[in-house]
Write a new protein. Structure first.
Length: 229
């Protein structure tokens, strides 16, 4: 209930009026049934604009830190994340990664849309980086299509670390669903998982024409942080 309230009454109309988001390829989103919406990740606001512009409900896997804050700010952030369809996951790896996988599979098992950022974190510079194979394993285990999505100019509208957004139009480009049924039963083959993930990243690169770097975004962030210190 809170999801639809925030989408159509509390937040959605205001966000649409201010940023006037445009969408290309909306017809590629399945009308029914589960699917993974695989998006590039430029800004925190990606998780707001994409669900807002789709008719169907969708959920994103979000880092658990957003749900553990204290005080009024922590409560407000937690309510906002829940209201916009975010699901808390632990990104520390190991058993936490398995739990995250199960959380995503639960969404897909209900026949819903699940949003995933294959890069695993926001791009530090607007480039597209190497995808993590978790998305491939989830797609193969759930036997669902993967719909590539490119967010446009959200990093300009809401740069990392900036509290007040820049008022401007942002866009969403949605590509044709990718079918990986040919790999049925191979979800534990790491070479297949890498191949599927790379195919998803190629689709994103072609759709958005971002410059691609075959390294993990997290590694680039670590390098930039060490250079700044």
């Amino acid at each position: 209930m809170i999801y639809w309230f925030m989408k159509y009454i509390a937040i959605g109309p205001l966000v649409k009026a201010i940023f006037r988001p445009w969408v290309v390829g909306r017809q590629h989103v399945p009308v029914t049934g589960a699917a993974i919406m695989a998006s590039n990740h430029l800004s925190f606001s990606d998780s707001i604009f994409l669900p807002l512009m789709l008719d169907r409900r969708m959920s994103f896997l979000a880092k658990s830190d957003y749900f553990t804050g204290r005080g009024l700010k922590g409560w407000a952030t937690r309510m906002f994340m829940k209201g916009t369809g975010q699901l808390p996951i632990d990104r520390s790896g190991g058993k936490a990664s398995e739990a995250s996988l199960n959380t995503g599979l639960g969404v897909l098992g209900r026949g819903d849309l699940l949003g995933i950022y294959p890069e695993g974190t926001r791009s530090p510079d607007g480039k597209l980086y190497r995808g993590r194979t978790g998305i491939a394993r989830m797609a193969l285990e759930a036997k669902v299509p993967v719909v590539p999505v490119v967010m446009v100019d959200t990093d300009v509208a809401m740069p990392t670390g900036q509290r007040i957004p820049n008022i401007m139009r942002v866009g969403i480009v949605i590509g044709e669903p990718l079918d990986f049924s040919r790999y049925a039963g191979m979800e534990n083959d790491r070479y297949i998982l890498r191949s599927v993930t790379d195919e998803i990243m190629v689709a994103l690169q072609r759709l958005g024409e971002q410059r691609y770097e075959d390294v993990y975004a997290s590694a680039v962030k670590e390098r930039l942080a060490s250079q700044a210190s």
